[in-house]
Write a protein that binds this ligand. Structure first.
Ligand code: NDP
Ligand SMILES: CC(C)CCC[C@@H](C)[C@H]1CC[C@H]2C3=CC[C@H]4[C@H](C)C(=O)CC[C@]4(C)[C@H]3CC[C@]12C
Length: 341
């Protein structure tokens, strides 16, 4: 880890760290170095404490604490950021991982047609068009998937700006923002005119594509301050998110099929530690040498070994700037609303 050589401790904050990929990431980071200080940023206190206790049992020397953060509430994000600013003078790794999707069904007709078409492997790798989604409106009046997956995280980054990077070009002052995006992110599901995806049918894909654009925009504006941003796809991982689509017993039943499918679709990582591969790998890299236009994917071989694949994206820096401007506008209007109340 690049910040390790310095005498001060290395701090990693992980959002959505109590379960799934976030929890597996926490375990893998501690396995790599028990000297890292981990902060689990979670929305539920009991679940966060349970995860922290489990980690401390496995790694008795580990330094693990929690902060309460609900990315679907700007007030909660502000409170969490204030707490994090209080506790740490520098954050080395900020993993923006919390996320959700609300699926009401699978389009099985589309699945069967896809199975016997040339898009079969692409369909398994991305899940594009297979799921029927719904969304909700948060107490902030924003679309739930947009606020949870993207906007809440953007506000968190903004609020933590003075704890990220540094204008001194010392490599130990670098910070990495690592976003858990998805191969499901598709340009055709995203519109700058409908950022929150109020009028579309795939809010998850839209929020993840917006994440890819945002990461490019943040590199443009923050690299000079030694802050580097990258996106990851963990692959298809069995977590509460996938159990919300089909029941756990079904996924367990088809596990041999999924493992075999890895011959053609290596993104079938299946287990959360495998899915965390690219997230862990990024923390070992010199961020200056990384390409902001690449999505780092966790892949898995048939024998079960995980590795990192790089997929080139095609996102304009101007798109990144435009998105940041629009997110700032939403942030300002929410702040105005809050100050009136
Ligand atoms: N599983 C997969 O196949 C894939 C997942 N991803 C992405 O990986 C990330 C992690 O998901 P995964 O581990 O699979 O799913 P899980 O549902 O297991 O984990 C999601 C985590 O995010 C937290 N979370 C959800 N909503 C909020 C919120 N409003 N505020 C704070 N935390 C919240 C959950 O907390 P709680 O436990 O309280 O619900 C949980 O800790 C997501 O961003 C997801 O989109 C990307 C590609 C594939
Ligand atoms: C026989 C089974 C394999 C049938 C399952 C069909 C579908 C329910 C699933 C096939 C591919 C899956 C997905 C692919 C990509 C994921 C993506 C990376 C993500 O971020 C969230 C979940 C996925 C969309 C996932 C969802 C289930 C499938 C569509």
């Amino acid at each position: 880890m690049n910040a390790m050589a310095n005498s001060r401790r290395t701090v990693a904050v992980i959002t959505g760290a109590n379960a799934g990929i976030g929890y597996a990431l926490a375990e893998r980071l501690l396995k790599k170095s028990s000297k890292i200080h981990l902060c689990l940023a979670c929305r539920n206190k009991a679940r966060a404490e349970e995860a922290a206790d489990k980690l401390k049992q496995k790694f008795p020397d580990a330094d693990v604490d929690i902060v309460l953060l609900d990315t679907s509430s700007v007030a909660s994000v502000h409170r969490a950021a204030a707490e994090l600013r209080n506790r740490y003078d520098h954050i080395d790794y900020l993993y923006l991982n919390a996320g959700m999707m609300k699926v009401t069904g699978v389009d099985w007709g589309y699945f069967w047609r896809g199975l016997f078409s040339s898009r079969v492997f692409y369909m398994f790798a991305t899940g594009e068009g297979l799921l029927v989604h719904e969304d909700e409106v948060t107490d902030d009046g924003l679309q739930g998937v947009f606020e949870t997956n993207l906007f809440g995280h953007y506000v968190l980054v903004k609020e933590l700006e003075d704890r990220l990077g540094s204008s001194a070009s010392d490599r130990y002052n670098r910070s990495q923002l690592i976003w858990t995006s998805s191969s499901n992110a598709t340009r055709k599901n995203f519109s700058m005119e409908d950022l929150q995806h109020e009028h579309g049918k795939d809010p998850y894909s839209s929020s993840k594509f917006a994440m890819d654009i945002l990461s490019v925009g943040l590199n443009d504006s923050m690299n000079k301050r030694n802050v580097y941003s990258h996106v990851v796809c963990p692959g298809l991982v069995m977590t509460n998110l996938t159990y919300g689509i089909l029941p756990a017993w079904f996924w367990t039943l088809i596990m041999p099929f999924i493992c075999l499918l890895r011959i053609f679709v290596p993104g079938m990582t299946y287990s959360a530690p495998n899915g965390a591969e690219a997230l862990v790998w990024l923390s070992t890299q010199d961020p200056v040498s990384l390409d902001p236009q690449v999505k780092y994917q966790s892949f898995c071989g048939v024998t079960g070994h995980s590795y990192v694949n790089q997929e080139k994206m095609s996102i304009g820096v101007d798109e990144g700037q435009e998105l940041i401007k629009k997110l700032d506008e939403i942030d300002e209007s929410l702040q105005k609303k809050c100050s009136k109340n």
